[in-house]
Design a protein around this ligand. Sequence first.
Ligand code: PLP
Ligand code: SF4
Length: 356
Amino acid sequence: MITRTSAALQSDSTSPDDPASEAVPLTPRQHRQDWQAQLRDAVRDPHELCRRLDLDTAWLGGAETGHALFPVRVPHAYLARIRPGDPDDPLLRQVLPLDRESEPVAGFVGDPLEEAEHRPRPGLIHKYRNRVLLIASPACAINCRYCFRRHFPYAENSPSRGQWETTLDYLRQDTSINEAIFSGGDPLASPDRRLAWLAERLADIPHLKRLRLHTRLPVVIPDRVDSPLLDWLAATRLQTVMVVHINHPNEIDAGVADAMQRLRGAGVTLLNQSVLLRGVNDDVETLARLSERLFEVGILPYYLHVLDPVEGAAHFDVPDAEAVSLVETLRTQLAGFLMPRLVREVPGEASKTPLA
Ligand SMILES: *Cc1c(COP(=O)(O)O)cnc(C)c1O
Ligand code: SF4
């Protein structure tokens, strides 16, 4: 959900960039090694996932089937928020592979959104007026079963510095662009030196006002919000916005709350996008608690996306009519500023398309 663009980028990649497979250099910045070590140590084996969570062996076959289609990847900091022994845990459902992922369902396809035509430069998607997406990293910290990215291999890459220069030229030339959005994969899977370099180059472009990051990493591994990240975020002249991705209130533990506070301290405006998911957050009570909990930790609800019809994720689908009805009831339960906008991404439209 953070991005739908990885397919388009496979072809023009040059520098392998899976941070989880990079050797971690010995540096005095211990905290920085820490998040990279956590990425590397993520659970990537369905047996280990089931064992760690005390799941009945009945789940293992399905987990192996799903894992063969899209590998398991769950960092320990996220695993720690899952209730052991509960196959219905709303966080577990987002990461546990199932047999059903291999069942074909009409309308659910490998590539539900085609964006290649909006890619004027490597690593750049210019689809909406005033703002562009920069694919800062193709890797993710976690593999969410409902994700559009599930059909793209991790051997993807991101643009090299040289390729970024042509992207930066494009931004310099189009004075209508006032916002750059770091996306991915997950842009915060990139090392801070690369992100800081890019942020500095962007800040040199006079018509740019804002830098936005679409990321799930501070939620999955709160230690990602360390001083190297905070330093470059606080230093840029651009206004900074972070759109995190949280689907259920149980994802917000004390570590996430602290990370959000550090980000706010660095002057970052915090917003959240969620995906409406069957069996995870498809009820008014959960969505209301999510909004309330987000605000407690300084995040405003932004978007509630309906599911992209991606192959293997049909069991998460909530029909539009039900989604609209949920959101209408939610509106009677929440302050107006705690209401997310229910949207879908329709190829060819000039913005996200509101459903309610
Ligand atoms: C979602 C998206 C954006 C940002 O849209 P907002 O409505 O401003 O949040 C920008 N570019 C692309 C390609 C997107 O998919
Ligand atoms: S964090 Fe999850 S939802 Fe976001 S791009 Fe990665 S796999 Fe997809």
